[in-house]
Design a protein around this ligand. Structure first.
Ligand SMILES: [Zn+2]
Length: 244
């Protein structure tokens, strides 16, 4: 393999890697959208369970208070009968005191019942709002999920095709050159740079004149001293082609 051929292969490899990176970015963006929707539905599931449990606790308390109110009301009737049957002032006073205490107790229970009924209503409203949100997310997931999944499948196929292409190209290059290419690509995102006029097209730094001279004289692959990418000379006509 001549150096010119190596340069052409590196160029193609760099292009495939750029495509691959774009595809992989797209793929992870699509997956992220799907993951976000799924995660927000899961969060709403958990929230609904907890809100329903909290409502059940409040309802249980409310049931107990209804029972308390009923039994205190019965006790009051009982106490009123006792007052009616009082045979002397002492019994009458005692029944009166008992009646007052029971009435106060009833008021306390009724106040508590009003409070808990209010809490229960708030909890119901909250559940209703969460259920609405849950429905919205589920519908969005149903609508988008299929499309996204299809897109992901297509992208995954493109990515694996590009990877195969890449493996084949990597085998053509001298092993040492490919290893250097990989080390630089992993570190910098892209590994190949060109120069047409003495500046590196990747980092825009001026190359030492001797290096530029060497690159221009014959096909050779060197390292840019500034960005450490593999660099070679690109004729002005070819550069115009790349840019157009
Ligand atoms: Zn450079």
């Amino acid at each position: 393999m001549t150096v010119t051929e190596q340069i052409r292969s590196l160029e193609t490899l760099a292009k495939v890697d750029a495509d691959l990176k774009r595809l992989e970015d797209q793929l992870s963006a699509e997956r992220a959208t799907l993951d976000t929707l799924t995660a927000s539905r899961r969060k709403l599931d958990v929230q609904l369970t907890s809100e329903r449990m909290s409502l059940a606790t409040t309802e249980k308390k409310r049931g107990e208070l209804v029972g308390e109110v009923r039994s205190t009301t019965q006790q009051i009737e009982h106490s009123r009968d006792k007052l009616g049957r009082a045979r002397n002032e002492r019994e009458s006073n005692a029944a009166q005191r008992e009646l007052e205490e029971l009435r106060k107790l009833l008021r306390d229970h009724e106040d508590e019942l009003t409070k808990v009924t209010g809490e229960s209503e708030v909890a119901r409203q909250r559940i209703l709002a969460t259920e609405t949100q849950h429905l919205e997310v589920s519908e969005e997931l149903a609508a988008k999920g299929g499309t996204i999944q299809k897109g992901v499948t297509v992208l995954e196929r493109d990515v694996s095709k590009k990877r195969e292409e890449r493996t084949a190209m990597a085998k053509q290059l001298p092993a040492q050159l490919f290893r250097r290419y990989e080390i630089i690509r992993i570190k910098k995102g892209s590994a190949v740079a060109q120069t047409t006029d003495g500046t590196c097209r990747a980092c825009n730094m001026a190359l030492p004149p001797q290096l530029f001279h060497r690159l221009r004289r014959e096909p050779v692959i060197e390292l840019c001293p500034s960005c450490q990418r593999l660099i070679y000379f690109l004729a002005p006509s070819a550069a115009r082609e790349v840019e157009s």
